[in-house]
Design a protein around this ligand. Structure first.
Ligand code: UN1
Length: 496
């Protein structure tokens, strides 16, 4: 059944002004159209931004705990509808159902977390250096924020951004990936039912180059939060610099798992399979490099290849499936091109490396889980983000070398180490240059109550989600207030 998606502007669901549409398809079977969504034009974006601007003054003044109550209701509705939404994630994006449900669970978690933030949103109160004067800082919203979200977490990532922006008192325009408009629309519909006032959340569909870029650079937008590729993020960074506009970026990764010679190898292989092939490798936190101590290299690689071979490909709605399809033909082709590059660079293909087209699988783009061994850190498959089910196993001779290899790429999102030696893991914790580090766990599994963000080419230093230094910092501005009740002219510093 094809869903008919509309834009959501000023509290009404409406078509694009010129009535044009595009389709989102089930990546496991592209014969199925999941949704038709508006192919918006600049005029639609103008309406959405104007609606957000008009709604801002009242929303800004609604007490944050009351905004939190709306998010709390959204969390409850998401929980009620978890199964339906999880299935929609799987149909529109392709990840297996357990992961589709996890995508929705992450939205539920962030809804409740941010709802609670409505009763915190701390500033500081500190003593003044002068008598009869007090000093405090408060958080204020920025204004109208543009949220541009990817397809790989089609509910969780819009939820991360929306709920953080809303609790701080911003009004928003959300532009989701054109691969997954139905998932984003479902989330917006939940916010509508939860009681977000008209105009506070607006939603426009359309291509990134046209609609997303126009929205981000719109003169009446105050800040932009984007998750997507490094190339697109870097391009936005230049545009935002000219506009002097705050920009939060979450981009790619080339995440590594270090496996030391004292590691629990079984556990490390499980972590590699989950990190490398979960979501068909289409996560910014996907583990695409294994850096393995030479003492256990052959055993680890053989075990990994053998287990990878056993993973079943198929529709994510089928309970037997371990690995779903790639999001589309272009992404699948890109992954196959990288597999060619790896072979040409002299890496050894241990398993996989091809598209699987048997039976039903011919209607999607499925790639057999792929493992390369004998990879050196200089190879492109060890440096560039592939965003597919491809793992490169790199040998190392020591912890220091492993850390140097892990840190030796431009990305820095998530890194992990498997070792039973607490001293080694403590050094890795200290020296790994990435926003997230896991000990004896894979590179994925971030929780919402701590910041989620990458270093260097992985992010702009404005992480998503909660905790000190998390998304609240980006979506609010700090205002410092000095109140002098002495009744005379007092001068800081000079009165000393
Ligand atoms: C992403 O990879 O794009 O830790 C987001 C995780 C998830 C979020 C990932 N909680 O993998």
């Amino acid at each position: 059944m094809t869903a008919l998606i509309k834009n959501f502007i000023a509290g009404s669901w409406i078509d694009a002004g010129d009535g044009r549409r595009f389709a989102s398809r089930n990546p496991a079977d592209t014969r199925e159209t999941v949704a038709e969504a508006p192919l918006s034009a600049r005029s639609d974006v103008n309406l959405a931004v104007a609606a957000a601007r008009a709604a801002f003054p009242e929303w800004r003044l609604m007490p944050a705990p009351r905004r939190g109550e709306i998010l709390f209701r959204a969390g409850e509705l998401l929980r009620r509808d978890k199964q339906r939404l999880g299935e929609l994630v799987t149909r529109e994006m392709g990840k297996v159902l357990t992961e589709g449900l996890g995508d929705v669970q992450e939205a539920i978690d962030i809804a409740f977390y941010m709802a609670g933030e409505g009763r915190r949103l701390q500033g500081e109160t500190v003593p003044s250096e002068l008598p009869d004067k007090d000093c405090k800082s408060v958080r204020e919203p920025i204004g109208v924020v543009a949220l541009i979200t990817p397809w790989n977490f089609p509910i969780a990532i819009p939820a991360w951004k929306l709920f953080a922006a809303l609790i701080c008192g911003n009004s928003v325009v959300l532009k989701p990936s054109s691969e997954t408009p139905a998932c984003a629309a479902a989330l917006v519909a939940i916010l509508e039912i939860a009681g977000v006032p008209p105009g506070v959340v607006n939603f426009v569909c359309g291509p990134g180059e046209e609609v997303g870029e126009y929205l981000s650079t719109h003169p009446d937008v105050d800040a932009v939060s984007f998750t997507g590729s490094f190339a697109a993020g870097e391009h936005l960074e230049r545009l935002m610099a000219d506009l002097h506009r705050p920009l939060a970026l979450e981009m790619g990764g080339k995440n590594a798992i270090i496996v030391m010679d004292d590691a629990d190898l079984e556990l490390a292989v499980e972590g590699a399979l989950w990190g490398g092939f979960g979501t068909s490798g289409q996560r910014c936190t996907a583990a695409s490099r294994m850096i393995v101590h030479e003492q256990v290299y052959d055993r680890f690689t053989a075990l990994l290849a053998e287990r990878a071979e056993r993973l079943r490909l198929g529709s994510g709605l089928d309970g037997d499936t371990h690995v779903g399809p790639l999001i589309n033909e272009a992404q699948g082709q890109k992954v196959l091109d990288y597999i060619d590059v790896g072979t040409q660079e002299g890496a050894r293909l241990m398993t996989g490396g091809f598209r699987v087209e048997d039976g039903q699988l011919a209607h999607g783009f499925f790639i057999a889980p792929t493992v390369f061994s004998g990879v050196s850190p200089a190879m492109r498959i060890a440096r560039e983000e592939i965003f597919g089910p491809v793992i490169s196993v790199i040998p190392c001779a020591s912890l220091d070398e492993a850390i140097a290899i892990a840190n030796g790429v431009p990305f820095g999102l998530s890194t992990s180490i498997y070792s039973r030696d607490v001293n080694k893991t403590a050094r890795a914790e200290r020296d790994l240059a990435s926003g997230i580090v896991y000990i004896n766990a894979s590179t994925i599994g971030a929780e919402v109550q701590l910041p989620f963000g990458g270093w260097r080419h992985s992010g702009s230093g404005h992480p998503e989600a909660g905790g000190r230094g998390g998304a609240i910092d980006f979506f609010s501005r700090v205002k410092v207030i000095y109140r002098d009740y002495s009744g005379r002219l007092q001068k800081a510093q000079i009165d000393k």
